[in-house]
Design a protein. Structure first.
Length: 324
């Protein structure tokens, strides 16, 4: 075969592949798409997934069906999604827990980076630091001073060992120089109840539930953990504003497909996802939950995921947490 013929044949193969890929993306989807998430119904991850599914169903002409597979800190859903056929008909909505699990579990059956094709980071949200209404502290510096005066006898609640509230508080303890005993609870609501009753002295929690109780005077929100103040608590300073410029604690939700899913399908899903997230109704719904839209590209989400695995891994090491 002459070089000219070889080049022509290679060119034709390339063109054929491009045309086939474009045709595949144009036809997709031709049947229902399932969206797996490793979280129970009702939380922020579930809310984001269902809002996105509704928008994608309308835009793409096929049902996008949310399938909750909670358990094992999201690992059950992640494993199921990782092993699914890479054809665009199984998607996965992870939270930032997937980045933490790399360091928490020594026997993961999936790799969050190698086994998935990122589509978009969907949303991000912050936390609030709360204390009982009876606490003498009115802000974070006063709370830290109070903790120091108690010589390590104070306690703090979290939603479980290795969760964001756990490594986030351990990080704050280190940079602020105070001690407090970790008391894990099963979820956000029990933490808030424990703070209101005075069973524990402080906690890091998601904001909506805490705001509702703060409005009744049953607890105080002394700081929020994002880079800017929350729209739900505009008068409450961030941890950054309170003297700790390096401190930022957020959680995120994303959209992925099994590794090997055609790039054309990934691109189409990203395009439609970004449109969906910028829908005014969706933005308004998320704003009420203090959830901020991200709508990133696949490459941006891939880079963010890698960075999060490293960053959260370092914080989990600081907290000394292990799940197995």
């Amino acid at each position: 075969m002459t070089p000219r013929i070889w080049i022509c044949r290679a060119f034709l193969i390339t063109v054929t592949a491009i045309v086939a890929g474009q045709a595949l993306a144009q036809a997709y989807p031709t049947r229902p798409v399932r969206i797996i998430l490793g979280a129970a119904p009702g939380g922020n991850t579930d809310t984001v997934a269902r809002a996105l599914a509704t928008q994608l169903s309308a835009a793409m002409g096929q049902p996008f069906v949310v399938e909750n597979r909670p358990g094992a800190a999201g690992n059950i859903g992640a494993e199921l999604a990782a092993k699914a056929a890479p054809d665009g008909y199984t998607l996965f909505v992870p939270s930032s827990v997937i980045a933490a699990n790399v360091s928490l579990y020594s026997n993961l059956t999936y790799d969050p980076i190698k086994d998935f094709a990122p589509i978009s980071e969907l949303t991000t949200d912050d936390f609030g630091i709360i204390v009982p209404a009876s606490s003498p502290a009115k802000n974070l510096p006063e709370s830290i001073a109070y903790a120091k005066s108690k010589g390590g006898s104070l306690s703090y609640a979290t939603s479980g060992a290795g969760q964001a509230a756990h490594y986030g508080m351990e990080w704050l303890k280190k940079i602020a120089g105070f001690e407090a005993v970790h008391v894990p609870y099963n979820g956000n609501a029990p933490q808030i109840t424990a703070v209101m009753s005075g069973t524990v002295d402080l906690a890091i929690v998601t904001l909506p539930g805490a705001v509702a109780q703060a409005n009744t005077g049953r607890l105080k929100i002394i700081a929020t953990t994002g880079s800017t103040r929350s729209a739900l608590t505009p008068n409450v300073p961030t941890v950054m504003e309170s003297g700790f410029a390096e401190y930022k604690l957020t959680t995120w939700v994303g959209l992925m497909a099994p590794a090997g899913t055609p790039k054309e399908i990934i691109a189409k899903l990203n395009q439609e996802t970004v449109k969906a997230l910028r829908n005014p109704e969706v933005v308004a719904k998320f704003k009420a939950l203090d959830v901020k839209v991200v709508a990133s590209s696949p490459d941006e989400f891939a880079a963010h995921l890698k960075a999060e695995v490293k960053r959260i891994g370092e914080l989990i090491k600081l907290a000394g947490a292990k799940a197995d």
